[in-house]
Design a protein around this ligand. Structure first.
Ligand code: NDP
Ligand code: MG
Length: 391
């Protein structure tokens, strides 16, 4: 019996994880669930999964939850201290890192430092603090497993032991990171100025939280994933080719020197990579429909167009600059996306805002956590000021 903490249990990845847990009561038990402010949803989950702990980052929501579940044995905690406590607790075997954004960094690092099996969905933590994060994984002997569908696919296509160990000597020619191109892949470039948050969040193939949905529409998501792949597999950006694949059936590939290309295929459903990482090296039922290739019938591939997706180049540039540039990129993107979702800036203003923050923030090293959090905070401040100046 493995005991789980799910950081971000009320979100899209959290719920998919709980669907799998519900299929395997003999294998998994919930130790702790966390959220920010969705106390109603958390109450429902506590009644269903009866965790030892429920953590609400927001204090008011923690108070409400405490009152709502006074009849349960679940203990309610709050704040970042609560999140890190349940991520590092000795009773926990597996931590699912599914908080959205840079707020996921500290609790995810706490799980890494406690040497847990960490299922990483929260790509922002790896993007902003990759070097330090991977060092901590090595130092504390944590077992890092990617949940992001592309990285989980690459993990499945590379030889065993591929996390953090590079591709030298493995006969790998390159890693092929696939992406659907998002909801605006066929939209006229002139129409981009008027797209709404609702349109940006209506992804053609995946059902995800609002932030990553907007990232998919700008393809900053693929940019963040490029950086995520570089850190996870210890490769350079030249080793990773990005291909648009509109059906989202191939989730990524590895091309080998002997001419073999190994791909991982499946229906676009996050329960597959989550189940893979939960049970690895075993394979368990995930509830996902088997792939019907006759129904899919066709797989298309094209290159990503720089004009349509300027965020991709910004992410590549941040990786090349190194140091804390990726924390700056990530923070500026989070602020830009939040303001687009709040209808304060247009969709087409997102890349310009990130670019301006990157240009105006003097970048330094990402030697320690303080430097990274500093870069994150100042990029966030500048991005918010720039938004205010525009409105
Ligand atoms: P959602 O927006 O659906 O869920 C986010 C979760 O994080 C919720 O539980 C939310 O709680 C919690 N949360 C939000 N803000 C805070 C905060 N300030 N402090 C503590 N907890 C907080 O996101 P997704 O599930 O879509 O994405 C989660 C992560 O997984 C992201 O990093 C994303 O990039 C990654 N990912 C997601 C995929 C997907 O298919 N959804 C695919 C690949 C990666 P509350 O409900 O209270 O707000
Ligand atoms: Mg992905």
């Amino acid at each position: 019996m493995k005991r789980l903490t799910i950081l971000g249990a009320t979100g899209s990845i959290g719920q998919s994880t709980l669907d799998i847990v519900a299929l395997h009561p003999d294998r998994y038990r919930i130790y702790a669930l966390t959220a920010n402010a969705s106390d109603r949803e958390m109450e429902r989950l506590c009644r269903r999964f009866n965790p030892a702990f429920a953590v609400m980052r927001n204090d008011d929501s923690a108070h409400k939850l405490q009152q709502a579940i006074a009849d349960l044995s679940t203990e309610v905690l709050s704040g970042e201290a609560g999140l890190t406590a349940v991520a590092a607790a000795a009773e926990v075997d597996i931590v699912v890192a599914a908080i959205v954004g840079s707020v996921g960094l500290m609790p995810t690092l706490a799980a890494v430092r406690a040497g847990k099996r960490v299922l990483l969905a929260n790509k922002e933590s790896l993007v902003m603090a990759g070097a330090l994060f991977m060092d901590e994984v090595r130092r504390h002997n944590a077992e890092l497993l990617p949940v992001d569908s592309e990285h989980n696919a690459i993990f499945q296509c590379l030889p065993a032991g591929s996390i953090g160990s590079g591709i030298a000597g493995k006969g790998v020619r390159k890693i092929v990171l696939t992406g659907s191109g998002g909801p605006f892949r066929d939209l006229d470039l002139e129409a981009f100025d008027d797209v709404t948050p609702e349109q940006a969040c209506a992804h053609p193939n995946w059902d995800m939280g609002p932030k990553i949905s907007v990232d998919s529409a700008t393809m900053m998501n693929k940019g963040l994933e490029l950086i995520e792949a570089c850190w996870l597999f210890d490769v350079d950006h030249h080793d990773v080719e990005i291909l648009l694949h509109r059906q989202s059936i191939i989730h990524s590939m590895v091309s080998y020197n002997d001419g073999s290309v190994i791909a991982q295929l499946g229906n676009p459903d996050m329960r597959t990579p989550i189940a893979n990482a939960l049970a690895w090296p075993e394979r368990i039922e995930s509830g996902v429909e088997p792939l019907n290739l006759l129904q899919v019938s066709q797989l298309d591939f094209t290159l990503a167009d720089d004009l349509r997706y300027p965020c991709l180049a910004l992410a590549r540039q941040a990786w090349q600059q190194g140091g804390d540039s990726m924390a700056v990129l990530n923070a500026a993107n989070e602020v830009a996306v939040a303001n687009f979702l709040d209808r304060k800036i247009r969709f087409t203003e997102i890349p310009g805002l990130i670019n301006e923050v990157m240009e105006r923030t003097s970048t330094g090293s990402a030697a320690d956590l303080a430097a990274i959090l500093d870069a994150d905070a100042s990029a966030r401040r500048l991005a918010s000021e720039l938004v205010k100046a525009r409105v």
